[in-house]
Design a protein around this ligand. Structure first.
Ligand code: ADE
Length: 341
């Protein structure tokens, strides 16, 4: 496993994860905007664990990318006054990778495993006793002299994140004390997030400017912050004093984001279904092949928002573009381009 694939944010050493968007991330429950029900549940769990002086139960977050699963892992570690170690399912190639991390954890530490649905099966089997009994059976001297030794682990907390809850095996899912779904954010919460981020970036923005970006952010804070940064660049170069509605709309137009928040890939995806496959139904692999895109990218990144906003239906026979999608892209239901009146 590559060393860079583990990120340790060690309170004692004051090391921090310095990825670009970190400074915009909320660091505590008090700073976190949106996902109210989920946050209220987490607050109770954290307070209860802290009052008992116990580590938190293992937690699983699921939902589309960019909604704050990693951010929440950091918030939880902060609220528990714990250290956090970050890795991902695909980075843990061999049981020894996992064992190396687990044996270094202290009581109360948070181990964040992103894309936990991609944990190799052989590694997953080691994680069951670690999660349940805080011990692992190590096989040493494989072959005729094989012996197993039991390693005792400190009582730690796994925070797992996945964009595909359906791919998590039953035994792994059952070992999480909490299974929490992140929903797309509403425009009001995104607007508040954009205003907060603009403050951190020392960028002047009007209420209408924040709202225009919020409307086009696909319900996703990561996209909202990215569009804010692109709009900030545009406002600076165009010598605008503040990001107002016009500036925001112009900036998003040149970045290919339309009034419904669809980007080029979203529109290409819908165009393929409508134009090449008569509106569907069509399998996602065929769409991926036509677009020359990864099937997983379409399933994880593109489809959840299109489904949530009524642009797409998923049927047993494949994907179908809705009448709403056809209207949005200027097609008749039969896939003909609508003629201007
Ligand atoms: N930045 C990104 N996501 C956020 C959130 N949920 N609350 C506050 N700021 C954020």
């Amino acid at each position: 496993m590559a060393l860079e694939s583990i990120v340790r944010a060690d309170r004692a050493n004051n090391e921090v994860d310095d990825r670009d968007f970190t400074s915009l991330r909320p660091k505590s429950f008090a700073e976190y905007i949106g996902q109210r029900e989920l946050i209220d549940n987490l607050k109770i769990a954290v307070q209860a664990a802290r009052e008992r002086g116990e580590p938190l139960d293992h937690l699983l977050f699921h939902g589309p990318p960019g909604l704050g699963k990693t951010t929440l892992a950091y918030v939880i570690a902060e609220e528990m006054e714990a250290d956090i170690v970050c890795t991902s399912g695909p980075a843990l190639e061999r049981p020894a990778d996992l064992v190396g991390i687990l044996t270094n954890l202290k009581r109360g530490d948070v181990l964040f495993i992103d894309e936990i649905h991609r944990l190799p099966r052989i590694v997953e089997e080691y994680i069951y006793p670690a999660m349940e009994d805080f011990e692992i059976d190590m096989v040493i001297d494989p072959g005729p002299h094989a012996r197993t030794v039991k390693l005792e682990l400190s009582h730690f907390t796994i925070v797992g994140a996945t964009t595909r809850a359906g791919l998590i095996t039953g035994p792994l899912r059952d070992r999480f004390g909490f299974s929490l779904h992140l929903e797309f954010y509403n425009v009001k919460d995104l607007r508040t997030i954009i205003s907060r981020s603009a403050g951190i970036l020392s960028t002047a923005i009007t209420g209408e400017g924040s709202e225009s970006i919020a409307f086009r952010s696909r319900g996703t804070p990561r996209i909202a912050n990215r569009l804010l940064k692109r709009t900030r660049d545009y406002a600076q170069v165009m010598r605008r004093d503040a990001i107002d509605e016009i500036t925001a709309i112009e900036a998003m137009d040149i970045n290919g984001v339309d009034e419904a928040g669809l980007d080029r890939l979203d529109r290409n995806y819908l165009n393929v279904i409508i134009k090449q496959y008569g509106g569907g139904p069509v399998g996602v692999s065929a769409i991926a092949a036509t677009l020359n895109e990864e099937r997983d990218t379409l399933i994880d990144v593109v489809e959840p928002f299109l489904l949530a906003r009524g642009f797409l239906n998923r049927t047993s026979r494949g994907r179908v573009a809705t009448a709403h999608a056809c209207r949005h892209l200027g097609f008749t239901r039969a896939g003909q381009k609508e003629l201007p009146l």
